[in-house]
Design a protein around this ligand. Structure first.
Ligand code: NI
Length: 178
């Protein structure tokens, strides 16, 4: 178990395209997944991508269960998603607030596809194929963007809606970085 340092915006690795995982169920992959899990939990995040801890592989983890920082969010089951592919199911876009552990202290309104299908693999190499919408779809799109070098401010259409969490939401907990 290890809580790793989270790279912050400005680090060149966050702008890279991550490599596909070639071998499943290996000790190295399981160690990476444990570190992603522990780091995300320690930061109370909704998700984390491998490049955020300095590993340029197509691996993300996400999950939300009664997170105090997302009181209105539907629960999202804890998921390890490897080599993901996202397919929007229609043209519907939805604005919503996002934060990112690599962009601490800020939040912004980001348009995302409302309804998506995502596919990929679990740690053993079994196929994952889900159709989701709303917050779950948003989290997946945010995390998978990290695998193609995109941070949420790059997806924003209106930068007047980017600000410090403590100013935008004065009641929110001090550690609400993501
Ligand atoms: Ni992020």
């Amino acid at each position: 178990m290890a809580v790793r340092e989270i790279l912050r915006m400005g680090h060149p690795l966050l702008l890279q395209h991550a490599e596909a995982v070639e071998a499943f169920d290996t000790p190295g992959l399981h160690a990476l997944l444990q570190d992603l899990h522990d780091t995300m939990e320690a930061a109370n995040g909704a998700g984390l991508a491998a490049p955020q801890i300095g590993v340029s592989l197509q691996v993300v983890v996400f999950g939300v269960r009664s997170n105090p920082r997302y009181p209105d969010a539907a629960q999202v089951p804890y998921t390890v998603l490897i080599n993901p592919r996202i397919t929007p199911l229609d043209d519907a876009l939805e604005d919503g607030w996002e934060g990112c552990l690599s962009v601490p202290g800020l939040r912004g309104v980001v348009p995302r596809h409302q309804n998506i299908r995502y596919q990929g693999f679990d740690p053993q190499g079994n196929a994952i194929d889900r159709t989701v919408s709303g917050f779950h779809a948003r989290v997946v799109q945010h995390e998978c963007d990290h695998l193609i070098g995109l941070l949420y401010p790059m997806r924003m259409h209106d930068l007047t809606r980017l600000g410090y969490t403590s100013v935008l939401f004065p009641g929110m907990a001090e550690d609400a970085d993501d």
